[in-house]
Design a protein around this ligand. Structure first.
Ligand code: MN
Length: 199
């Protein structure tokens, strides 16, 4: 499944594929760009199928309904919402276009890699664990970005050796998406990625 979200500041593309044999995806995402900012959330519910989806879709809904809050406060709401659910790993990204700055907060194995035209790479180490409703500490990263920077947020259903080289080589996010196709065929887990380019 492919969804595109774009305006004069950003161009994004979402790809999602269910685990083999599953009709419901355990991963969920939310993405919205307006003139001011991009808000984006990717969650991987523990396990697979309906119960996994229940957790990850709750995160998607909270990211949507509280999109005006900062990333740490959104992720804490998501954590609270996991109390009677299985739990999930999640990443929340916000981009402020006027300030040319992004903020990022994540718990667990949803990964984020940003590659700048100058060769700089932002590749935060994952915070171990998952959102379970138990008290959590959050690390929020705030960074400036260069025009033309490309990024990917992906769940662990996507396994790409040296993913940075794909962000570096690809001229457009469509081209990068095409070159990632070979890594989407195993289907032993739900798979979600959001590719973006900041204009
Ligand atoms: Mn997964």
């Amino acid at each position: 499944m492919i969804q595109v979200e774009e305006n004069q500041h950003i161009h994004t593309l979402v790809y999602q594929l269910n685990k083999e044999g599953k009709s419901i995806c355990g991963d969920s995402f939310y993405i919205k760009a307006d003139d001011q900012e991009l808000v984006c959330a990717v969650a991987d519910g523990l396990g697979s199928g309906t119960l996994a989806n229940e957790s990850s879709s709750a995160i998607r809904d909270l990211a949507e309904s509280h999109a005006d809050e900062d990333v740490a406060s959104i992720i804490e709401r998501c954590n609270q919402a996991m109390k009677n659910k299985r739990g999930a790993t999640a990443s929340i990204l916000k981009v402020d276009f006027a300030a040319r700055q992004f903020t990022y907060c994540s718990v667990g194995n949803v990964r984020f890699i940003l590659y700048s035209p100058s060769g700089e790479c932002f590749y935060p180490l994952p915070v171990l664990g998952y959102l379970s409703g138990k008290p959590q500490k959050y690390k929020t990263h705030t960074f400036s970005y260069e025009k033309g920077s490309k990024f990917i947020i992906h769940t662990d259903g996507l396994n790409v050796p040296d993913i940075r080289s794909y962000l570096k080589k690809g001229q457009s996010i469509e081209e990068i998406s095409n070159s990632l196709k070979i890594y989407t065929t195993s289907r032993n887990d739900d798979l979600t990625y959001i590719l973006g380019q900041l204009l």
